[in-house]
Design a protein around this ligand. Sequence first.
Ligand code: ATP
Length: 267
Amino acid sequence: MLQLTAIEAGYRDLIVLRGIDLEVRAGEIVALIGANGAGKTTLAKTIAGLLPVRRGEIRLAGNPIERLPPWARIRLGMAHAPEGRQVVAGLTVADNLRLGAYALRRQRGESWTSGRIAAVCELFLPLRERLGETAGNLSGGQQQMLAIARALMTEPKLLVLDEPSLGLAPALVADIFRLVDRLRAAGIAILLSEQNAQMTLAIADRAYVIEMGRIALQGSGRELLGHPDVAKRYLGVGAAAASLRHGDAEGRHSRLVRGLADILEND
Ligand code: ATP
């Protein structure tokens, strides 16, 4: 679905991404974890076309897209829910959703847009009750749902989700992960950038760790949960405990997945 080869990108004279190779296959949740400033948001923006690629190649379903503007990438099936939500506070929920469909609206028409609003509201019931409300009046969790719903307006095959749990209370974080799981079940491939490494690795099919603009580690969610460096740096587990626990990776992953499954089943 998405293939990045040797991607370099950054801001003016600052090179942030230094040769990123990454792949998201159909039906997968792929996690991107890393500390503050590692380059996750820069990578999400580069994939979405908000930052130019300096070197390297991006393919979406086999098509080279690294020179295409954001709207053209949307038309090819990509959507991006940016860090910090960036909903338009002064517009209603419905108008924010209409904005999400902007790249396709002229092609598809107003009745298609209304149909999409109804369809995404099936996934986000609290939004359906608030379509006429000003987005700025929504809670943080509802604004995050709106940001994801807006990205889904164009029926993407690939969703790039940048730190959706940022600043949310634990119960709302669980809601967001539950939703991501449902989107995968609906056939949407997801690149999930997160600082919440524990839950992200538990839900992810595969994951990449980004450090200083480079991929430092990659593997299945299970492998990385059990990796001592990941445990030490991203899961808050001490080095000695991490290496001891390495042997118990299987058990730890099963416990996390069971915990997550409980959350998902209680939906
Ligand atoms: P966070 O979790 O804090 O968002 P991140 O992994 O997403 O971290 P980025 O936001 O991609 O990291 O930042 C990577 C580097 O790029 C940092 O050194 C940051 O200071 C720099 N940077 C980010 N945005 C800009 C910008 N608009 N102009 C210049 N430098 C930037």
